[in-house]
Design a protein around this ligand. Structure first.
Ligand code: PLP
Length: 393
């Protein structure tokens, strides 16, 4: 049976009423027959049937033993870092999600957790960064916004040899394309706000552990620290996941067409998309994932902030906004948005140049999206020519 079919039938029919949609158990507490004698639930922070349905669903999707749902992607990441102790070290991908960087740098550093940032698409750099104190390797693959790819299986082998955990933030790929636990990772996290939810209507996070023991420790933190996903948001996330495979298929098809269009456009300098043969890690991406995702980044020949800002403010279908993975196409200018807090030199060195533009390719008709980009290029071309005329006059 295909994964898509399996997913749809993994969502349980309510045994009590036959409801085909998972009921929303919007309750804080559960009546007990006698102290400690209950039907499996006693208080919604510790467990809730709607959240449990989501948690089981994501555990199955990621091939893990335990799934847990949190109030945001960052709350999910936070729970994983709580597995560490003062003095422990993390090796993290150098173009890590900004919010994770802030959490590591501004929160966990206070507690004595040290983070070494390296280019994880380069195995040698990961190897060289390992010390006896390394307890966790943190990957994102593809990365944001330059879509670098790390070889999950190879990094998992390094992690195992050095007895440290490997956690993969699988937000960009989604389990429809990539299952890190099957490639040897110990833990997967998601910002379910993105592709899992898929409709830009919920903030949510999930963690899936390959082994029950680690999963139980994470579950303890989920209850002890309390950043749980609400019953209604759990339902919304299930509702989103129901169409995950169908959506991701279309995201991938349109993103590839957009990347190919951009690659041949005279205004474009570089295109970053793992599905292009020109991508430096195309072969690894092909080996470890079933598709290349819905995010495409590119730089302009006119490598100025002004040109990029002009572009991102003139698209019509691609809406200017943070976030990604929803049905509506979005455009972002990382230098001014997600990566604004990084010093310009450091940002440029990481490949995020002043004109880099990131697209989250949505579910509109592919042709309409390409037409929107084409019209925007015509607009900035016209602007440049007019400016040139003023200069020449
Ligand atoms: C958005 C995002 C997060 C954070 O998730 P929230 O749901 O916004 O807390 C973490 N990792 C990646 C890769 C993301 O894109």
């Amino acid at each position: 049976m295909s994964n898509a079919t399996q997913l749809i039938h993994n969502i349980p029919v309510d045994p009590l009423t036959g409801a085909v949609s998972v009921p929303i158990y919007q309750t804080s507490t559960f009546v007990q027959e006698a102290p400690g004698v209950n039907k499996g639930y006693d208080y919604t922070r510790s467990g809730n049937p709607t959240r449990a349905a989501l948690e089981q669903l994501v555990a199955q999707l990621e091939n893990g033993a335990v799934g847990l749902a949190f109030a945001s992607g960052l709350a999910a990441i936070d729970a994983v870092i709580k597995l560490l102790h003062s003095g422990d070290e993390i090796i993290a991908v150098d173009d890590i999600y900004g919010g994770a960087f802030r959490l590591f740098d501004k929160v966990y550093q206070q507690y004595g957790v040290k983070v070494n940032y390296v280019d994880c698409s380069n195995l040698e750099q990961v190897f060289n960064a390992i010390t006896p104190r390394t307890k966790l390797i943190w990957l994102e693959t593809p990365t944001n916004p330059t879509l670098k790819i790390a070889d999950i299986k190879a990094v998992a082998k390094l992690a195992e040899a050095h007895r440290c955990l490997l956690c993969v933030d699988n937000t960009f790929a989604s389990p429809a394309l990539q299952q890190p636990l099957s490639l040897g990772a110990d833990i997967v996290v998601h910002s379910a706000t993105k592709y899992l939810g898929g409709h830009s209507d919920v903030i949510a996070g999930v963690v899936v552990a390959r082994e029950r023991e680690i999963g139980e420790r994470l579950k303890f933190f989920q209850n002890a620290c309390g950043a749980v996903l609400s019953p209604f948001d759990s339902w919304l996330t299930i509702r989103g996941i129901e169409t995950l495979f169908l959506r991701v298929k279309q995201h991938c098809a349109s993103a590839l067409a957009v990347a190919q269009f951009l690659e041949t456009h005279p205004e474009v300098d570089k295109v970053f998309y793992p599905g292009l043969a020109s991508h430096p890690h195309h072969d690894i991406a092909r080996k470890q994932s079933k598709g290349f995702g819905g995010i495409v980044s590119f730089t302009l020949k006119d490598d100025t902030e002004q040109a990029a800002v002009s572009f991102v403010t003139h698209t019509k279908l691609f809406k200017l906004a943070e976030s990604l993975g929803g049905i509506k196409s979005l455009v972002a200018h990382p230098a001014n948005m997600t990566h604004k807090s990084i010093p310009a030199e450091k940002r440029r060195a990481a490949g995020v140049s002043d004109s880099l533009i990131r697209l989250s390719v949505g579910l509109e008709e592919t042709e309409d999206l390409i037409n929107d980009l084409e019209a925007t290029f015509r607009h900035i071309e016209k602007n440049r020519k007019e400016k040139q005329q003023v200069i020449n006059a």
